[in-house]
Design a protein around this ligand. Sequence first.
Ligand code: 5GP
Ligand code: ZN
Length: 112
Amino acid sequence: MAEDCIFCKIIAGSILTKKIYEDDDVVAFIDIKPIAPVHFMIVPKLHVGSLQDCQPAQQDLLGKILLLAPKLALEQGLKGFRTMINTGAEGGQEVFHLHVHIFGGGEILPKI
Ligand code: 5GP
Ligand code: ZN
């Protein structure tokens, strides 16, 4: 747990949020400012700042998160979805605790 990390506080339960999944390694919760009708994030319980901070030791964790994404997306009613990992301030990252965004629903997402 990192001091002053909002996602560590969510994981610890000291900030309440709408969790949709939890196990020993990860949590998933609804984004507070959704950019699509369904928008949640999968977050490792281990505090890792970003994808740039991941090491080979996190290989299984990263694989687990990606394999979980389609399962949770389906549970949330998504037939298709987009994943996004913002990395570093220049990559648009605002919360420096690794997280994978999953979003979709409604209109077909525009091509990027
Ligand atoms: P980033 O830009 O770092 O990839 O994404 C951070 C995301 O965290 C943003 O989409 C933002 O809406 C979300 N977020 C920030 N604070 C909170 C919070 O307290 N609760 C929840 N559920 N989401 C948050
Ligand atoms: Zn953290």
